[in-house]
Design a protein around this ligand. Structure first.
Ligand SMILES: [Zn+2]
Length: 476
């Protein structure tokens, strides 16, 4: 599945180097500012951008200083740039070359990487190049320090099979400068609990999978800050959550082989459908909401399993490197591992997941829009899939404003970024998207931004078109 071995890295990224723009200053004239948190519009505003930051906002802001570019927005709608809070851009040596522009053309100006095959030094080098304006790309949060039981579900993971090893690993993650510790699926309970304690002691958030042998309530009590993917919530709404976990724990304790373990996990979908309980679910959701644990739902991932995918000649497919298209065309181990029962129940499983998602949102569970986009994850697209995910939230029942909140306001606050909070105000980083229609009335306008502004650099519509054309040409 993975397209190349670890590493190489930063050198190849020079291919996407743009001009140096750190000193760019731009005055956006006549914009309508969209306040996503409040759901309000303010017309007739100007926004002065200097040194990568928003310097001034107001109806009478002017600047005729030399070197300040004037951009007439003609009333277009300005929103904070979008975040995708769960992606993987480092699964091959050249993935960022295509991934970074794919994010930008879709208005995504921030991404959290949740698991990488590049060495951390190379990831940080790219992160620094983006921050310094040497490489045109979305802001990067590096949260891919995934920790699993040996031998590890993916190559290159941190491994911990005992509480002592968990503590050692967290020490290493802290020294290496990752933004978080990411727990993974096969950790046993006592190792996981030690990992959570060590993360707290190291002042690092614990985000990631709730391990398969750990109940959701245990993860809440352990102080897990962020939960990746949504599946464990419907499972916790089943009266059989503890029994399902006990079954798996017993099988693993007696040395069951891999296929037996997959079989047990595959049987969970049927059990959940039969034993999902609304009253229990409300209690579980209230508990998550009270804990403040943020959920990265990655609902679009289900499309891959139910076979929803774009046409081979669609633009987004053409914008991928040819090698990626070929890899996605191959049989996939995850689809092969599906049992007939799981396949038969897929539609019902997805429907229950969506119903539970809406209940979770209404119960106040904080959400971070997220996709699992990666060249290693077939048909999960850098950039495009984030817009699909937001559309899905609206289809399920969120308003456009509520969906946008999960991609603009919630992520920078959860990541504790000091210069970004989902508002358009002086001192905030100039990561912005200009739209030709009011996004509070519908998200279709996100598909073709008037301009995308990243780190203060304005990418106008014509430049966005050129970036799309370059990706298509590179993919031929
Ligand atoms: Zn992932």
């Amino acid at each position: 599945m993975l397209l190349a071995n670890k590493a190489i890295g930063a050198a190849l990224v020079s291919l996407i180097c743009g001009p140096i723009w750190a000193q760019d200053a731009t005055l956006l004239n006549d914009v309508t500012i969209v306040d996503i948190a409040r759901g309000t519009l303010t017309v007739g505003q100007s926004v002065l951008i200097q040194d990568g930051l928003i310097a001034k906002v107001g109806p009478k802001v002017t600047s005729t200083a030399e070197g300040v570019a004037q951009f007439d927005a003609n009333g277009a709608f300005l929103i904070p740039g979008l975040w995708d809070s769960h992606v993987h851009i480092f699964t091959s040596a050249t993935e960022p070359d295509a991934a970074l522009p794919l994010y930008l053309v879709n208005g995504v100006t921030g991404i959290r990487d949740m698991g990488a095959l590049w060495p951390i030094a190379d990831q940080k080098a790219l992160q620094a190049q983006i921050e310094d304006g040497e490489v045109l790309g979305p802001r990067l949060v590096l949260s891919g320090a995934w920790v699993d039981a040996s031998p590890g579900s993916w190559p290159g993971m941190f491994l911990a099979d005992t509480p002592d090893q968990a503590r050692t690993v967290v020490g290493q993650i802290a020294r290496e400068g990752w933004a978080a510790v990411k727990s993974y699926s096969m950790l046993d309970k006592i190792t996981y609990l030690a990992l959570a304690d060590a993360a707290t002691a190291a002042d690092l958030p614990l985000v990631g999978h709730i391990p398969e042998r750990v109940a959701l309530g245990t993860a809440i009590d352990a102080g897990q800050d962020g939960m990746e993917h949504f599946g464990r919530i419907p499972m916790a709404c089943s009266t059989q959550e503890e029994a399902m976990i006990a079954d798996l724990r017993a099988a693993m304790a007696t040395g069951a082989n891999r296929s037996r373990i997959f079989e047990i996990m595959a049987s969970r979908n049927r059990i959940i459908l039969e034993t999902w309980d609304e009253a229990l679910c409300r209690r579980v959701l209230d508990r998550i909401a009270a804990s403040g644990m943020h959920v990265s739902p990655t609902l679009v991932v289900a499309d891959f399993y139910i076979g929803v995918r774009p046409a081979a000649d669609s633009t987004r497919m053409q914008m991928l490197p040819a090698l990626v298209r070929e890899a996605w065309d191959q049989p996939d181990f995850r689809l092969d591992a599906m049992t007939d029962e799981v396949r038969d129940l897929a539609d019902e499983t997805v429907a229950l997941s969506r119903r539970t998602f809406l209940m979770a949102y209404e119960a106040g569970v904080p959400m971070l829009a997220s996709t699992d986009a990666s060249f290693a994850n077939p048909f999960l697209f850098h950039g495009f899939s984030l817009l699909d995910e937001l559309d899905l939230y609206v289809t399920i029942g969120l308003t456009p404003r509520e969906a946008l909140y999960t991609a603009t306001v919630a992520p920078p606050r959860f990541f504790a970024l000091t210069d970004q909070d989902g508002t358009i105000a002086p001192g905030r980083r100039a990561d912005l998207v200009l739209l030709d229609a009011n996004p509070l009335e519908g998200l279709a306008t996100l598909r073709d931004p008037v301009a995308v502004i990243v780190g203060g650099h304005v990418i106008a519509h014509s430049a966005l078109q050129a970036m799309r054309a370059a990706l298509i040409e590179a993919g031929e």
